[in-house]
Design a protein around this ligand. Structure first.
Ligand SMILES: NC(=O)c1ccc[n+]([C@@H]2O[C@H](COP(=O)([O-])OP(=O)(O)OC[C@H]3O[C@@H](n4cnc5c(N)ncnc54)[C@H](OP(=O)(O)O)[C@@H]3O)[C@@H](O)[C@H]2O)c1
Length: 313
């Protein structure tokens, strides 16, 4: 089968002809139709996650949508012909993936396309996990930093669907995109000082922050927008000094999505339900053929993608 893989860390990656993935009694073989691109894909490729646990060649990616081709003898919940989406630990930039039936895997509702389903898993589950951790109630306020990217775009919509007042921090040229996601207010980070602007409009502080961008020192500044005591902040890039926040009357968490309850079939089913009832809209920034995955990864690496890039396979 064709797969986009690397033979060593740091290379751009290329199309490989690889053996079909191994099957087992508790596994499904899925013909992949679309693979979602996430920053984690180029971070793994570039060695930012250290030595990989898998042998080379390493197939990149994780998020996928496709059709079940075969199931092992012990598989009960899925059958050949089912459309499924999820996360393939062995990489998804490939014509086929083999996944355990207990993996992060769910059926795709009829009205959701393969590209849209493939754009959901990692970013959607991270947004869901962050919003859950923040325990947001209707009429509370949430500031989303990085609001028009993958995680941020879903976080804005999931919070909005819960009746939360969402303030999006986005580039000024993305104001319309942020409004379309459901943000009630936009703060253009390229035009104003975010902390000063939010503080001026919300002198009592906002209830919560999801931040997918700021480093440790920027987050400590960002803490200035939170109501104190009781404000809470979720970082997706492991930049929150949780002890420092707690010493300042705040709560902070570094969201490791793979260790949350949302990293599961039920998390995916939540995303599918939200998408079906149009509370969650998937914005596809680009659909790129598998052969051009290196270009898609370079675009992701700019950190300037509005919505999600999806590979078509
Ligand atoms: N911890 C976990 O389990 C986990 C899970 C998923 C993702 N992540 C990480 O979370 C991060 C975000 O992921 P993603 O998929 O959302 O990435 P993404 O799709 O590339 O989105 C990043 C967003 O950040 C915005 N941005 C860049 N600089 C900014 C700034 N100074 N202020 C405000 N916004 C800014 C960009 O918007 P503009 O175009 O407007 O600049 C872009 O929309 C990545 O580092 C990813 O690896 C972690």
């Amino acid at each position: 089968m064709h797969a986009f893989a690397i033979d060593q860390l740091g290379e751009a990656g290329s199309l490989h002809e690889l053996a079909m993935p191994a099957m087992a009694a508790d596994r499904l073989l899925v013909r992949v139709r679309a693979a979602g691109v996430n920053p984690a894909d180029w971070k793994l490729r570039d060695g930012l996650f250290g030595t990989p646990k898998r042998p080379f060649p390493i197939v990149l990616g994780g998020d996928f949508a496709g059709v079940v081709e075969r199931v092992g003898a012990q598989v009960r919940d899925f059958a050949p012909g089912d459309r499924v989406f999820g996360i393939a630990p062995g990489g998804s930039y490939a014509e086929y993936v083999s996944v355990e039936s207990s993996a992060v895997l769910a059926k795709i509702p009829q009205r959701i396309s393969d590209a849209h389903a493939a754009a959901l898993p990692t970013a959607g589950l991270t947004a869901l996990a962050a919003v859950e951790w923040l325990e947001l109630h209707a009429s509370e306020s949430l500031l989303v930093v990085g609001a028009t990217g993958g995680v941020g775009g879903y976080a804005v919509q999931i919070a909005k669907a819960r009746g939360v007042h969402v303030i999006a921090v986005a580039r000024s040229s993305n104001e319309l995109a942020a409004r379309e996601l459901g943000a009630a207010e936009i703060v253009a980070y390229d035009l104003v000082d975010v902390v000063a602007a939010v503080h001026a409009k919300h002198p009592g502080g906002v209830d919560a922050v999801v931040d997918v961008v700021s480093d440790d020192s920027a987050l400590k500044r960002m803490a200035g927008v939170l109501r104190c005591p009781g404000g809470r902040l979720a970082s997706t890039i492991f930049a929150a000094d949780e002890t420092w926040f707690s010493e300042h009357g705040l709560r902070a968490a570094n969201i490791a999505t793979q260790q949350t309850p949302q990293w599961s079939r039920s998390g995916l089913e939540d995303l599918a339900r939200l998408t079906e009832r149009k509370a969650l809209r998937v914005h596809i920034a680009a659909e790129v053929p598998l052969a051009d995955a290196a270009l898609a990864l370079e675009r992701s690496k700019t950190g300037r993608v509005t919505g999600k890039i999806v590979l078509t396979i």
